[in-house]
Design a binder for this molecule. Structure first.
Ligand code: CO
Length: 134
């Protein structure tokens, strides 16, 4: 009888140990995905030779008469005289003509080929200017 009681006690002890609740699982925080800023920001391409040069057409002359630019640069001629003038290419790799520019009008040209561009005013051929494109 004693052995049976001991066995029963041992069985109860075993059950108690077996039913011991397991420790709660450790909840891992979710791994954060870090977005690199460089992936979202667009790269701004700065091209060489994308500057703007201004020439005034004033007092029957181009001011400055000679401008030195790089390929890709733009020259803007602004006509401020009462009398109309033109920007008309007479020599150079490319040819263009602004046509008659009235007071307050502007004309622009973006140079894509290197070289020397001589120009004049059609009504006043003594008005001369030059754009040197490097
Ligand atoms: Co003129």
């Amino acid at each position: 009888m004693v052995m049976k009681k001991i066995f029963a006690f041992m069985a109860l002890l075993f059950l108690l140990v077996a039913c011991k609740p397991e420790p709660a699982p450790v909840v891992q925080p979710p791994v954060q995905t870090i977005v690199q800023p460089s992936e979202t920001i667009e790269k701004i391409e700065i091209k060489p030779g994308s500057q703007i040069f201004n020439v005034d057409i004033k007092d029957f002359s181009y001011q400055p008469a000679v401008v030195k630019v790089r390929v890709g640069d733009t020259v803007v001629w602004t006509q401020v005289d009462k009398i109309s003038h033109t920007v008309t290419i007479v020599s150079g790799p490319e040819s263009f003509d602004s046509g008659l520019l009235k007071e307050g009008q502007a004309f622009s040209y973006t140079f894509t080929k290197p070289g020397e561009y001589g120009y004049k005013c059609t009504p006043h051929p003594n008005m001369r200017g030059k754009v040197i494109v490097e």
